[in-house]
Design a protein around this ligand. Structure first.
Ligand SMILES: NC(=O)C1=CN([C@@H]2O[C@H](COP(=O)(O)OP(=O)(O)OC[C@H]3O[C@@H](n4cnc5c(N)ncnc54)[C@H](OP(=O)(O)O)[C@@H]3O)[C@@H](O)[C@H]2O)C=CC1
Ligand SMILES: O=C(O)C1=N[C@H](C(=O)O)C[C@H](O)C1
Length: 269
């Protein structure tokens, strides 16, 4: 079984990953945070609230990266790219869940995947990855007459908007309808904006409290509407998906893999 390392072990997702790795008796061998962090030296399990796991929190470094076969990153775009360089230099596989990437940052992941095996996905849950298929089916059946809106809600601490998942839902739908998302996306509305164009795909963002992550794809026609909704009730769901991806990566050739592949779902259109 691959040994697992976690970058950003003190984040909301970092702590969930440590806790689920312990619950699943996986081989967690390293957990890192930025240098100077107040949590350096603590046991990663004590920090995450699940009890000791025997892995001390250390500063991210080439030396630390050598301690695990596959690394999981749910930090932020810039630190993630620095971690990616360390993983490439050490020949370690990576699971990346970071969202809010620019096209250029995503291109750096693609480039790194020529050297190491990487799973990147904006949402590691089974339900959302199934939802991407359901949304494509709905788009093919209803998308030429219904108005399509994607609504997402997250906790007050989230930094990027719309969520990476909302963008992935929008991109999947647009691909099914042969539309260019960059041309048809509408991000929020205000003022005398006129009637809605049917070709557009709207995005609405809600931020508040401790909402873990809700997504709805709405297909609104005259006389009926279809809503496909997913609601995450625990971050452990995302952590379970990421750990499943980490184990799946064992012995994989360099390349950029998707959660559809990890979960054995058909590839999206
Ligand atoms: N793909 C998926 O299924 C999911 C993706 N996400 C995504 O994961 C990411 C993290 O989310 P979440 O856990 O809620 O965020 P948090 O803010 O809780 O965690 C982010 C972590 O990144 C670390 N970090 C930030 N800046 C730096 C830096 N410059 N150098 C080193 N470390 C840094 C923070 O360290 P410190 O503690 O020292 O501040 C923190 O531990 C987001 O992009 C989010 O959208 C979230 C859930 C599911
Ligand atoms: O920041 C979060 O919390 C989440 N981010 C991901 C996203 O941007 O889609 C996934 C999940 O909804 C939680």
């Amino acid at each position: 079984m691959s040994t697992i390392g976690i970058f950003g072990a003190n984040g909301r997702m970092g702590r969930a990953l440590v806790s689920v790795a312990k619950e699943q008796q996986l081989s967690l061998t390293a957990a890192t945070v930025r240098s100077g962090s107040a949590v350096l030296g603590l046991d990663a399990g004590e920090l995450s609230g699940c009890g000791a796991v025997g892995v001390p929190i250390e500063a991210t470094s080439a030396n630390a990266v050598a301690k695990a076969d596959v690394w999981i990153d749910f930090t932020m775009p810039e630190p993630m790219l620095a971690h990616l360089q360390l993983a490439v230099a050490a020949g370690k596989a990576m699971v990346i869940g970071v969202t809010g990437l620019t096209d250029q940052q995503y291109a750096q992941i693609q480039q790194a995947s020529q050297h190491i095996a990487i799973v990147w996905a904006p949402n590691m849950s089974v339900g959302v990855n199934l939802m991407l298929h359901l949304a494509q089916t709905a788009a093919k059946v209803m998308g030429n007459t219904a108005d399509i809106e994607i609504i997402e809600a997250h906790h007050r601490f989230k930094k990027d908007s719309p969520s990476g998942t909302a963008m992935a839902i929008g991109a999947s739908i647009a691909r099914s309808l042969d539309r260019d998302l960059a041309e048809v996306a509408v991000y929020g509305r205000e003022g005398m904006i006129g009637e809605r164009s049917q070709q557009t795909i709207g995005f609405a963002t809600v931020r508040g409290g401790d909402i873990i992550g809700d997504h709805t794809a709405l297909f609104a026609d005259i006389g009926e509407r279809l809503e496909i909704s997913h609601k995450a009730s625990s971050r452990n769901t995302f952590a379970q998906g990421a750990l499943r991806a980490a184990l799946w990566l064992q012995n994989k050739q360099p390349g950029l893999y998707t959660m559809q592949q990890v979960l054995g779902l058909p590839q999206l259109d």
